[in-house]
Write a protein that binds this ligand. Structure first.
Ligand SMILES: Cc1ncc(COP(=O)(O)O)c(C=O)c1O
Length: 323
């Protein structure tokens, strides 16, 4: 794999840990966790890996500010705001929601980093507003660099192909990798990385908000483009991509009983924190699939923890989790 330019933002390699108590509690395959919640930058998470390559591209282009978009509790936005500051840049975030006088959790952190927050009332307005903001900053000679939603373009996804190389160096080759998938960059990178390192591992994304077919199409395209960017050749089809959309529950960022149970399972068996939106939903899917004997007992299943825990402190989830 070709090496792309990188700026160091993350503490790597992240540890791989066994989950013995959870393995026993679920009576299932051997469970491991890859701790990308420990990537380090401003409470870490998967976006920090992507930002190492996206920010390098921004720097190479002489950018002085990063612009991106996300939901009100976007982990991607929080990590982008922190990355911008670490690199001496400004940051503007287009957030879906209403301006608030008492920002919570990730939004509170965005403000601590001094990011400029621009609000749009509905997700459908996000992309257009992002383009308008970029054009306005460009016209004002602020040298903006646009990071797509979720950092999910080939440059961002490449970080997860390298993350698979990191896993191979840790001498871990699980039968399955299970994780939360949303904008698809993490999954595209993992799929590309597993193919290029010739691992036998199967990559299963638990969708947080998208229908499986939509996401599989997007991931296949992005994985193909990522491999090309890395100077290799391989074409992925939608049917090569494993996405499970059985756990969408009441919709994006709506915590239900399943997420509630998964957060408690991990907290009380392993002292490990999940988040209510992404890893909680993915872990709920994992637990359910184990109970349905989807995996073989002798399998090793690695849960790739993608971070997101600051959302635990948002009022919307905090109270419910203690019930
Ligand atoms: C904690 C967490 N996990 C998983 C994801 C999904 O990653 P991707 O957007 O690359 O599919 C996100 C995206 O925002 C996230 O914040």
């Amino acid at each position: 794999m070709k090496k792309l330019d990188r700026v160091a933002l993350a503490s790597l390699p992240t540890p791989v840990e066994a989950l013995p108590s959870l393995t026993t509690a679920l009576g299932g395959p051997q469970l491991l966790v890859k701790r990308d919640d420990l990537t380090g930058l401003a409470f870490g998470g998967n976006k920090t890996r992507k930002l190492e390559y996206l920010a390098a591209e921004a720097r190479a282009k002489g950018a002085r500010m990063l612009i991106t978009a996300g939901s009100i509790q976007s982990n991607h936005c929080r990590q982008t705001a922190a990355a911008a500051r670490k690199l001496g840049m400004d940051c503007t975030l287009v957030l879906v929601g209403k301006p608030t006088l008492s920002p919570e959790a990730n939004t509170y952190l965005d403000m601590l980093f001094g990011a400029e927050l621009i609000w749009v009332p509905k997700p459908e307005r996000r992309e257009l507003r992002l383009k308008e903001v970029f054009a306005a900053k460009h016209a004002a000679s602020r040298k903006p660099f646009l990071i797509p939603y979720g950092g999910s373009n080939p440059t961002g996804a490449a970080a997860y192909a390298y993350a698979v190389q990191e896993l191979a160096k840790q001498k871990v080759e699980p039968d399955w990798i299970v994780f939360a998938t949303s904008s698809g960059g993490t999954q595209a990178g993992l799929v590309a990385g597993v193919a290029l390192t010739e691992m036998k591992t199967k990559v299963l994304g638990i969708s947080v908000d998208e229908k499986a077919k939509t996401l599989a199409d997007r991931v296949a395209t992005l994985a193909t483009e990522t491999v090309t960017l890395l100077g290799e050749k391989k074409r992925f089809k939608s049917r090569d991509i494993r996405v499970n959309d059985d756990y969408l529950g009441a919709g994006y960022a709506e915590m239900g009983n399943r997420e509630h149970e998964a957060i408690h399972l991990f907290a009380r068996h392993e002292g490990l924190l999940l988040d209510p939106v992404y890893t909680g939903r993915a872990a709920a899917g994992l637990a359910d699939l184990i109970r349905k004997d989807f995996f073989k007992k002798k399998d090793t299943v690695l849960f790739w923890h993608t971070g997101g825990q600051p959302a635990l402190f948002a009022d919307k989830y905090r109270t419910g989790l203690l019930e």
